[in-house]
Design a protein around this ligand. Structure first.
Ligand SMILES: [Zn+2]
Ligand SMILES: [Zn+2]
Length: 187
């Protein structure tokens, strides 16, 4: 019966909204650079400053961007990095696990930093495309249990929840919800 009790304890674990991730320390950023340098060397690729500009840009952000958004942000900041460099650097960063890519619905793939970043899942607003992160330890438990049952080494998972964000300034909020609420009051 101990197992059952353990299980019910786990079930009451609360979903916590992740507090904003503190920026990486200088030492951690150095380590990130190191990993990329070693990777480029191993692949016989040049360690161009542009590649590190892309790396630093993605580690300076705390949101999820697609490749074009990242290119535009860099350009606005006066960086002369070509679109092609942004795209192929992101591919390299994916390969060495410094960045993760998410496919949210039919939108362009979004990227975010991965080094020393918490494990989390996403809520995506269908109206404004806002992406929110949440963290629930129960998902980790499920993953471990499934891996055990199926004798499967899990490398990653994707859990994306789609819906309406209810932010004041979310476009389509009026249309989508006020009508539904009125209908609910009537019945
Ligand atoms: Zn929204
Ligand atoms: Zn995320």
């Amino acid at each position: 019966m101990t197992n059952d009790r353990e299980r019910s304890d786990r079930m009451t674990a609360s979903v916590s909204e992740p507090t904003p991730m503190p920026d990486l320390s200088e030492k951690q950023l150095e380590e990130v650079h190191n990993i990329f340098q070693v990777f480029l060397k191993k692949r016989n690729l040049r360690q161009t400053p542009e590649r590190f500009v892309v790396l630093d840009a993605i580690y300076a952000m705390d949101d999820h961007v697609d490749a074009d958004e990242l290119y535009i942000r860099l350009k606005q900041k006066g960086n002369r990095v070509s679109r092609a460099t942004v795209y192929n650097t992101l591919d390299l960063l994916l390969e060495c696990d410094l960045v993760v890519r998410h496919q949210f619905g039919k939108n362009q793939a979004k990227y975010e930093r991965a080094y020393s970043y918490w494990q989390h899942d996403h809520l995506i607003c269908l109206d404004c495309n806002a992406v929110m992160e949440f963290c629930d330890p129960r998902i980790q438990s499920i993953q471990e249990m499934v891996a055990e049952i199926y004798q499967f080494e899990i490398k990653s998972h994707a859990l994306n929840l789609y819906g309406h964000c209810r932010r004041e300034n979310c476009p389509n909020r009026e249309k989508a919800h006020v009508g539904a609420e009125k209908a609910a009051v009537k019945s």
